[in-house]
Design a protein around this ligand. Structure first.
Ligand code: IVH
Length: 672
């Protein structure tokens, strides 16, 4: 027998954890520190271990742990999962609207709900009395596969619906997607483990959901977005918009990029805008879905054989195209990496003309068997460099030639070496002009130092004429140096010198990114600049200091250390400083004036006069920050009743400790 108090405690814990999962995974706004969450979670795990009968199927502890399956059970859909008709352009969207109005016999504008079309795997989640009882793939629309154990591991799939007003029965439909960044990370891991990478995020999402071993699914970065329902019993909803709000309230992620419009014009506008902003989405979308908002009208419109009459998918321009490989070149990057690059017959892909595409590394070329002269499928995804997806061997004539990686750098003639266990061959030339050119191009690029007018052709000339042997030389160029160069008039020479001059005071984050340190992208550069505040501090940072920066792991930390330890890099930086380069320290304009700006607080133990959230809000209102763990960079640890190990840690590190009255006093002083 489980004592009543413990049964209640388990129930409270489940609710609390569900709620905090929702704050964390769905709203992206956690309310409690990770440690606190872990503590709640552990308490529930321990309770359930002691009393297994407390382990309900909707318990948050039950996301993982099912034994591998032999095969998936068939999962029939009570209401078929239909597909959508496509509109390829504006005219077809307008035809859809005309059909809808003709069918309804109205001249009035129809209200449409517009939303992105997720490019992932469609699934259905069935909830009885608020508890997830089944998760199924779409399959052929009538019968799918039962992938409940797998979907339970997806953090944005609620195991139980939140809120007091939940339906007796609901089939929630939506899409499982893998965010693009996570997809690239997963593929890098796959490659390192000697496994075949996934072709695109959709395949990765589908492959992850259709795993017989749910512990593999659990490790994959998946997200679920809800966009509709099948059966809905015990609840009245009037519009699609209202339905989406309900779904959100029950704990589902729904797209924030939804819009409701009256008449088709607004929907057309929505599609145009969304397509233009496609690359800004963290996950892939391949179109927009336009739905008649009124559910009663949806009912009246009904469906044809495979698709409803009340919705249409506006498809974006495809991002894949077919073209021919004219040549395969070995291209040398700024770190000396030698990458095979396919030179293509120019082709338009999703509105951009593509004439080169990466083949990543020699193993990829071999695995995909891409030959010079082949017809190939190429694709662009988001902002990334176009890549060759696969060859079309059926179109070969016999004249195609395989690619052979040269033994020597095509630019400087130094040997190309491939370190043990690495996929990427590197040029060993210390002064390889190709590496230097690539470094300069990166340094000057828009997102780095943003030196207007320093294009590829000019960089080539500067390096070939020996005017720039190191990035620092850029800051010593005079108009007189530039004028003799090809296609350089006096005016453009002056403009360039001025653009270089403006770059002298670019902010530190851009400067750090511009240095081209391996594994340091824009976001990491920004984090480093914010944490260290000056170039000198960053250059002197120890591995430990670096590891304390959010998102900096051992690989990044050691790469940063190695970069600044290299005498040639230190010398180059010294010469830049000598030439008047002064990276501007990060500023947070409003925050800088605030009384607690730059101060970091950690709380431990319970406060008497306010909750943690209120305390946090008070600190933040005064410009301070609250974090969950104590480090040397913490300014104050505020200790309430029953403090945890953080107080101890603060003492060891010599971080000032405040009692609650002292904290209140500090707030009072700071508020003036
Ligand atoms: S509504 C009966 N909304 O597109 C209409 N579908 O070709 C049900 N999809 O397999 C679909 N995003 O998986 C709808 N916002 C969205 C969607 C969406 C992606 C997928 C869905 C379906 C396919 C339809």
């Amino acid at each position: 027998m489980v004592p009543d108090s413990l049964r209640r405690r388990a129930e409270d814990l489940r609710q609390l954890i569900h709620y905090h999962n929702y704050r964390y995974y769905v709203l992206d706004r956690p309310e409690i520190p990770d440690e606190e969450y872990d503590r709640l979670f552990r308490e529930l795990v321990e309770l359930e271990e002691r009393y297994p009968e407390l382990r309900s199927p909707d318990s948050p502890t039950q996301r993982v742990g099912a034994p591998p399956l032999e095969a998936f059970e068939p999962a029939p859909h009570a209401v078929p999962m239909l597909s959508l008709e496509n509109a390829m352009d504006e005219a077809e969207l307008r035809e859809f609207d005309a059909r809808v109005r003709r069918f309804l016999g109205t001249d009035e504008p129809v209200v449409y709900s517009c939303e992105p079309k997720f490019d992932g795997l469609a699934v259905e989640l069935t909830y009885r009395d608020g508890v997830l009882v089944r998760g199924a793939t779409r399959g052929d629309g009538t019968v799918g596969e039962d992938v409940t154990v797998n979907l339970r591991t997806v953090r944005t799939v609620p195991l139980g619906l939140l809120g007091t007003e939940v339906p007796r029965l609901v089939d929630v439909r939506g899409e499982v997607v893998m965010p693009v960044e996570a997809f690239h990370r997963l593929n890098r891991e796959q490659e390192q483990a000697g496994l075949t990478p996934f072709a695109n995020p959709r395949n990765a999402a589908a492959g992850s959901v259709r795993q017989l071993d749910s512990s593999i699914t659990a490790r994959r970065p998946l997200e679920f977005f809800a966009y509709g329902v099948g059966r809905l019993e015990g609840m009245e909803v009037k519009t699609h918009w209202e339905l989406m709000e309900r779904l959100h309230g029950w704990g589902f992620r729904v797209s924030e990029h939804r819009r409701r419009t009256r008449g088709i014009d607004g929907a057309v506008e929505y599609c145009r805008e969304t397509e233009a902003r496609r690359d800004e989405f963290p996950y892939e979308i391949d179109g927009c879905v336009i739905k008649v908002d009124d559910l009663e009208l949806q009912e009246r419109l009904g469906a044809k054989a495979r698709a409803p009459r009340w919705a249409i998918a506006y498809k974006f321009a495809p991002r894949q195209a077919v073209t021919r490989v004219v040549d395969i070149e070995a291209s040398v990057g700024r770190t000396g990496a030698v990458t095979p690059v396919a030179v293509l017959e120019p082709v338009s892909v999703g509105g951009v003309t593509v004439s080169r595409a990466t083949l990543h590394n020699p193993d990829e070329v071999a695995r995909k068997d891409i030959r010079i002269g082949d017809w190939v499928v190429i694709q662009r995804a988001g902002d990334v460099i176009p890549e060759v997806v696969r060859a079309l061997p059926e179109r070969r004539t016999g004249d195609e030639r395989p690619f052979v990686m040269p033994e020597r750098c095509p630019v400087c003639g130094a040997r190309i070496e491939r370190p043990e266990g690495e996929a990427i061959p590197r040029c060993t030339g210390l002064s390889c002009p190709a590496q230097l050119k690539a470094r300069i191009r990166h340094f000057a690029s828009r997102r780095a130092m943003d030196i207007d007018g320093l294009g590829t052709k000019l960089v080539d000339q500067l390096v070939e004429k020996g005017l720039v042997r190191d990035v620092a030389d850029l800051f010593r160029l005079s108009e007189a140096d530039l004028v003799p160069l090809e296609r350089m008039a006096e005016k453009s020479a002056r403009n360039l010198v001025e653009a270089i001059d403006r770059a002298r005071t670019r902010d530190l984050a851009r400067f750090v990114y511009a240095l081209g340190i391996r594994h340091v992208g824009e976001a990491t550069a920004r984090a480093l600049a914010e944490r260290f505040g000056s170039l000198e501090a960053l250059m002197d940072a120890s591995e430990e200091d670096l590891l304390a920066v959010p998102d900096v792991g051992p690989e990044v930390a050691s790469s940063v250390r190695a970069f600044f330890a290299e005498p040639a890099n230190r010398e180059s930086i010294r010469r830049m400083l000598e030439a008047g380069v002064r990276p501007a320290p990060p500023t947070r304009p409003e925050a800088a004036e605030a009384p607690l700006a730059g101060k970091t607080f950690v709380f431990t133990g319970a406060l008497e006069s306010m909750t943690r959230d209120e305390a946090k809000a008070r600190v933040e209102a005064l410009g301070g920050k609250v974090t969950s763990s104590v480090s040397r960079r913490t300014d104050y640890v505020v200790v309430g009743a029953d403090p945890g190990s953080k107080a101890e840690k603060a003492r060891t590190l010599g971080v000032p400790i405040l009692t609650e009255p002292e904290f209140l006093e500090l707030l009072k002083t700071a508020s003036g």
